[in-house]
Design a protein around this ligand. Structure first.
Ligand code: GLC
Length: 564
C-alpha cells in the first residue's frame, strides 16, 4: 500500500516551520492575484557579452534580438533581465550612466531598444532592465551642473561635504571598489561621496527633486514597454544622516560572501541601509503600481541579516516585489546549510510575499567553478524546483566556468584596484559555437573567449543529451508544464539525511519529491512510492525499486508521487 504523508505532522516536525502552519495552508487553489513574475524563469543577459552584431567586439542590442529564439525555442525561459545598455563612459561597464534615457552607441540606439522590447514581447517573454538608483556617471549632465559651483541649483542633487579642518575626507567611509568614498573637487573645495568608483557620484535621494527626476526615468522606460526593473545597489543610497565613522572591524571579520579587502576593515554600520531607504522604495513602488501591466521590481539587497533583508518587501508588501536572495549563493554546499538557508529564507518571506533564487550573476564567481560540475548539475535542479522565481545567468546553462583572464586582458575596474576581486571571469562572451570567436562576434571580443568554448557551446550541447544545456532544457520544460513547481508549497522531507537533501512541493492535486545526493557515495533512500521522472545523470526516467530509491554519487532526481 502506498505510504501517505501527513503534511500537517511534517510541517510541525520541521523546525523552521513550527508555528507557521497558517502560512503553509493546504488551500492550493490558484490565486487570482498571482502575477506573471511568480511563474516566470528569468534569464540575465550581460549585453556586452551576449552577441555582437557589428563586429566591434562588444555585444549589442541587435545581437540580442538575433538570439532571442534561443531563449524561447532552445532554452525555454519566460523573462529577461538586461544589465545596463544606457549611455555611459563605461568606467564600470554601463553601471555608470551618463544619460538614463538614451542607449549607448556601443549597443545601438533608442529605436533598436524599442524594437528589442517589442521582439521580446512578440515571443511571449517579458523584459526587465537595470535601474541605477544610487549613483550616476561623473559625466552625467546633472553632475556637471552640480559640480559647476556651490550655488548651482543642482548642487544638492549629489552629496557634497566640506573637508575636515586638516583637509582630509569628511569621515572614514570607504568605497566598495577600494579607496575612500570621498573625492575632493578642487574647483569648489568640497568632497563628493561615491559608494563605488570616483566616476560614480552618489545621488542625494533625500532631495525630492532627485526622486522625481529618477522616477521620471522609470516612467520613461515603462512607457517604452519594459516590464520592470532590477534595482541596482537598492540598499545603498540612504546612509547615516549624521555621517558617523564606521567602527573598525575585529581582526577576523569578513563579509559573508567574499573577502572584500580593505573594505572589510570596518563594520559597515553607517554607510548603507539607513531606515529611510524604505520610504524611497515605497515611493518607487507607487510609480510601478500606477502602471496596469504589473511591472516588477527586483532589488539588489546585499544584506544577510534575514529580518533586515525581508524588510525590503515592505510591511504592507509595498516596497520591492522581490529583494534578491543571495543567501543560497553564499551557503556552503552541504545538506545542512542548504536546508537551513531554504527554510529560513522561506520563513522570512512575509506572508503574501514571493521568494526568488539565484546562483550566479555578473558580479560573482561562476557557479560551475564555485561548486564543480556535478554539483552545478545538482544546483540547476535545485534552482529550478524550489518555491520562488529562479534567475539564471547567461552561460551557466552551458556550464561555462569562471574564465582565466591573462594579464593585460582585464577590464573590470574593481579588478584593477583589488586583483582577486575582478569580475571579468564571469563576463566573458556567450559561447554559441566552436568557431574562433565562439559565434559571439565576427571579429574580436572585448574580453577573451573561454578556451573551453570548443566543447561548451550552444551548438555542441544542443546535440548532446548528456550536456548541461540538455539538463537545463529538461528542467525548464518540466517546470513550465508543472503547476506544482510553480505554485506548490515547500516542505523539507523527513527522508533528508546528512548527505541527501530531500524536499517536496505539493498542491491539492500534485506532489513531487526532489532528492539531491550531495555525497560521493551511492545512497539508498527509504522512499518507495512514485516514479523518477528526471535525473541529473540521465535523460531517462526510471521506476523505483521495492527497496527504495538508489541515488548515484552526486545525483539528483525528481520523483512524481500520485495524490490519491
Ligand atoms: C551593483 C552591480 C555591479 C556594479 C555596482 C555599481 O553592485 O551589480 O555590477 O559594479 O552595482 O553600480
Amino acid at each position: 500500500m502506498p505510504r501517505r504523508l501527513n503534511y500537517r505532522a511534517l510541517l510541525l516536525a520541521t523546525p523552521g516551520f513550527r508555528g507557521r502552519v497558517a502560512n503553509f495552508s493546504l488551500d492550493m487553489s490558484h490565486s487570482p492575484t498571482r502575477k506573471w513574475w511568480q511563474d516566470a524563469v528569468f534569464y540575465q543577459i550581460y549585453p556586452l557579452s551576449f552577441a555582437d552584431s557589428d563586429g566591434d567586439g562588444f555585444g549589442d542590442l541587435e545581437g540580442i534580438i538575433s538570439r532571442l529564439d534561443y531563449l524561447t525555442d532552445t532554452l525555454g525561459v519566460d523573462a529577461i533581465w538586461l544589465s545596463p545598455f544606457f549611455k555611459s563612459p563605461m568606467a564600470d561597464w554601463g553601471y555608470d550612466v551618463s544619460d538614463h534615457t538614451d542607449v549607448d552607441p556601443l549597443f545601438g540606439d533608442l529605436a533598436t531598444a524599442k524594437r528589442m522590447i517589442d521582439e521580446i514581447h512578440r515571443r511571449g517573454m517579458r523584459v526587465i532592465i537595470d535601474y541605477l538608483m544610487n549613483h550616476t556617471s561623473i559625466e552625467h549632465q546633472w553632475f556637471s551642473e552640480s559640480r559647476s559651483s556651490r550655488d548651482n541649483p543642482k548642487r544638492d542633487w549629489y552629496v557634497w561635504r566640506d573637508p575636515k579642518p586638516d583637509g582630509s575626507e569628511p569621515n572614514n567611509w570607504l568605497s566598495v571598489f577600494g579607496g575612500p568614498a570621498w573625492t575632493l573637487d578642487k574647483e569648489t573645495g568640497q568632497y563628493y561621496r561615491h559608494t563605488f568608483l570616483p566616476h560614480q557620484p552618489d545621488l542625494n535621494w533625500r532631495n525630492p527633486e532627485v526622486r522625481e527626476a529618477m522616477f521620471d526615468v522609470a516612467r520613461f522606460w515603462l512607457d517604452l514597454g519594459v516590464d520592470g526593473f532590477r534595482v541596482d545597489a537598492a540598499h545603498q543610497m540612504m546612509k547615516d544622516p549624521r555621517e558617523r565613522d564606521n567602527p573598525p572591524a575585529p581582526e577576523e571579520h569578513t563579509r559573508p560572501w567574499k573577502d572584500m579587502g580593505d573594505y572589510d576593515r570596518y563594520i559597515h554600520l553607517y554607510d548603507f541601509a539607513h531606515p529611510d531607504v524604505h520610504e524611497a522604495h515605497r515611493e518607487f513602488r507607487a510609480v510601478l503600481d500606477s502602471y496596469p501591466h504589473d511591472p516588477v521590481s527586483v532589488g539588489e539587497i546585499h544584506i544577510f541579516d534575514l529580518p533586515e533583508w525581508a524588510a525590503y518587501y515592505g510591511e504592507h508588501l509595498d516596497q520591492i516585489h522581490m529583494p534578491f536572495n543571495f543567501h543560497l549563493m553564499v551557503a556552503p554546499w552541504e545538506t545542512s546549510s542548504i536546508r537551513a538557508v531554504i527554510e529560513t529564507v522561506l520563513w522570512h518571506v512575509p506572508e503574501g510575499g514571493w521568494a526568488n533564487w539565484l546562483l550566479g550573476n555578473h558580479d560573482e564567481i561562476r557557479m560551475k567553478t564555485r561548486l564543480g560540475v556535478l554539483n552545478a548539475r545538482l544546483a540547476a535542479m535545485l534552482l529550478l524546483t524550489l518555491r520562488g522565481t529562479p534567475f539564471l545567468y547567461y552561460g551557466d546553462e552551458l556550464g561555462m566556468p569562471q574564465a582565466e583572464i591573462g594579464s593585460g586582458e582585464g577590464r573590470d575596474p574593481w579588478g584593477e584596484n583589488v586583483s582577486y576581486l575582478s569580475r571579468d571571469g564571469c563576463r566573458t562572451p556567450m559561447q554559441w559555437d566552436d568557431t574562433p570567436m565562439a559565434g559571439f562576434s565576427a571579429d574580436g571580443s572585448w574580453l577573451p573567449i573561454g578556451p573551453d568554448h570548443v566543447n561548451l557551446n550552444v551548438m555542441a550541447e544542443t546535440a548532446d543529451e548528456g550536456s548541461m544545456l540538455a539538463l537545463y532544457q529538461r528542467l525548464l520544460a518540466y517546470r513550465r508544464s508543472s503547476p506544482v513547481l510553480k505554485e506548490g508549497k515547500y516542505l523539507t522531507h523527513t527522508a533528508s539525511t546528512g548527505d541527501v537533501f530531500v524536499f517536496e512541493r505539493f498542491t491539492d492535486d500534485d506532489r513531487i519529491i526532489v532528492a539531491l545526493n550531495l555525497s560521493d557515495q551511492v545512497q539508498l533512500l527509504d522512499l518507495v512510492e512514485g516514479s523518477i521522472v528526471m535525473s541529473t545523470h540521465s535523460a531517462m526516467g526510471r521506476e523505483i525499486g521495492s527497496e527504495g530509491v538508489f541515488l548515484g554519487r552526486r545525483e539528483g532526481v525528481i520523483i512524481e508521487v500520485s495524490v490519491p
